[in-house]
Design a protein around this ligand. Structure first.
Ligand code: NAI
Length: 331
C-alpha cells in the first residue's frame, strides 16, 4: 500500500477533497492517505502556514495530493505553493488541457500539455522597494533549471507519442533571460530529431492559442508565462474546475488542481471536484497504479458526457457531493 500525503487545503479544498476521496476509494487504488495541513487552515489550526510536520510527511512519502491554498494579495505571507515547489525542487509543472465530450466550447480537438518551469523566472520572490514610488523584481533564468525543464518536456512528448514541442518566450524584449531560455531549448531540441520544435513569442502565442489551439501539442515555457497560459488553456476546455497540475521533482511530486481556493463559492457544496480528481489520476499513473487511474478518468468522462449530473461551473446544477455520487455510480 502506497502512503500519500493529503493536504485538503483552504476554501473549497475540503469539499472537493471529500468528494475526490470517496471516488478514489471506490476505484480500488492501493493507497493510504496521511492528512496534513498547509495554508490558511494550517495557520488557524497550528499557528504556521507550512508546519514542519507537513513538510516532513511529504519528504517521507515523496508524493502528495494537495487542495488549493489561499495566498493573501499584495501583502502577507509568501505563497505556500511557491514554498513547497522550492523546498522539494519541483521543477516541472505539468498541466494538461484536453476537451471533455459533453462540454461545449468554441474549439474541438484541444489536447495539449503545458510544461511550466516551476522554480525560478519571476517567481523567485526577489522583489523590493527602492523608494515608495519605485519597486523592482528580479527575473532569474539559469541554464541548469532551463535544461531540466526543457528536457522534461521533450521526454514527455516522446513517452506520450506526441509530435511537437512549442517554446513560448519573449526573447525579443528580454534578450538575456529569455535569450538563454530559447538557446538552451535549441540545443536540447537537437537531441530529439523525431520531435518537431517551434518557437512563439508569448503575446502572439496567446492569440494563436485562442484561435487555433488544436495546433499545439506540448508547450514549454518559463514560470510566469506558464502560470498565465495554463489558466488560459483551462478556459479553452471549459474552465478551472476541470484541469490539474503535477509538480514534478527528482525526489518528490505534488499533484493538485490548477484552480485556487475559490472563496466566492467556498462552503456552498457547489465546487467542481474534477480538477482534483484529474490530479489524483495523474498521481495514480505516477505511482504505478494505472488501472485505478483509468477507472476514475473513464467514470468522470462518462458523467460529464451524459450531462445529467454536472456542477454549476460547466452549466449544470448538481452539487459537489451529488456529482461525486454520480461518478461513483458510473464507475
Ligand atoms: P480561483 O481559481 O480560486 O477562482 C477563480 C474563479 O474560478 C472563481 O470564480 C471560482 O469560483 C472559480 N472556480 C475555481 N475553482 C473552481 C471549482 N473547482 N469549481 C467551480 N468553480 C471554480 O482564483 P482566485 O479567486 O484568483 O484565487 C483565490 C485564492 O486561491 C487566492 O488566495 C489565490 O492565491 C489562491 N490560488 C491558489 C492556487 C493553488 O493552491 N494551486 C492556484 C491559484 C490561486
Amino acid at each position: 500500500m502506497t502512503k500519500i500525503t493529503l493536504i485538503p487545503g483552504d476554501g473549497i479544498g475540503p469539499e472537493i477533497t471529500a468528494a475526490a476521496l470517496q471516488i478514489i476509494e471506490k476505484s480500488g487504488a492501493d493507497i493510504e492517505f496521511e492528512e496534513y495541513y498547509a495554508g490558511v487552515t494550517a495557520l488557524e489550526k497550528c499557528g504556521d502556514i507550512l508546519p514542519a510536520e507537513t513538510v516532513a510527511n511529504i519528504e517521507k512519502n515523496t508524493v502528495a495530493l494537495k487542495g488549493p491554498l489561499t495566498t493573501p494579495l499584495g501583502t502577507g505571507f509568501r505563497s505556500v505553493n511557491v514554498q513547497l515547489r522550492k523546498i522539494f525542487d519541483l521543477y516541472a509543472n505539468v498541466r494538461p488541457a484536453k476537451n471533455f465530450k459533453g462540454i461545449r466550447t468554441p474549439f474541438d480537438g484541444v489536447d495539449l500539455i503545458t510544461v511550466r518551469e516551476n522554480t525560478e523566472g519571476l517567481y523567485t520572490g526577489i522583489e523590493y522597494e527602492i523608494n515608495k514610488d519605485v519597486t523592482q523584481a528580479v527575473r532569474v533564468i539559469t541554464r541548469p533549471s532551463t535544461e531540466r525543464v526543457i528536457k522534461y518536456a521533450f521526454d514527455l512528448a516522446v513517452s506520450q507519442g506526441r509530435k511537437k514541442v512549442s517554446v513560448f518566450h519573449k526573447s525579443n524584449i528580454m534578450k538575456i533571460t529569455d535569450g538563454l531560455f530559447t538557446s538552451v531549448a535549441e540545443e536540447i531540441a537537437k537531441g530529439y530529431p523525431g520531435i518537431e520544435c517551434d518557437y512563439h513569442i508569448i503575446d502572439a502565442a496567446c492569440m494563436k492559442l485562442v484561435t487555433n489551439p488544436e495546433k499545439f501539442d506540448v508547450i514549454v515555457t518559463s514560470n510566469l508565462f506558464g502560470d498565465i497560459i495554463s489558466d488560459l488553456t483551462s478556459g479553452l476546455i471549459g474552465g478551472l474546475g476541470l484541469t490539474c497540475g503535477s509538480n514534478i521533482g527528482k525526489d518528490a511530486a505534488i499533484f493538485e488542481a490548477v484552480h485556487g481556493s475559490a472563496p466566492d463559492i467556498a462552503g456552498q457544496n457547489k465546487a467542481n471536484p474534477t480538477a482534483l480528481l484529474m490530479a489524483a489520476v495523474q498521481m495514480l499513473y505516477h505511482i504505478g497504479q494505472p488501472d485505478a487511474a483509468v477507472k476514475i478518468q473513464t467514470a468522470v468522462e462518462r458523467t460529464i458526457e451524459e450531462g445529467k449530473y454536472t456542477t454549476v461551473d460547466i452549466g449544470g446544477n448538481t452539487s459537489c457531493s451529488d456529482y461525486a455520487k454520480a461518478v461513483i455510480d458510473n464507475m
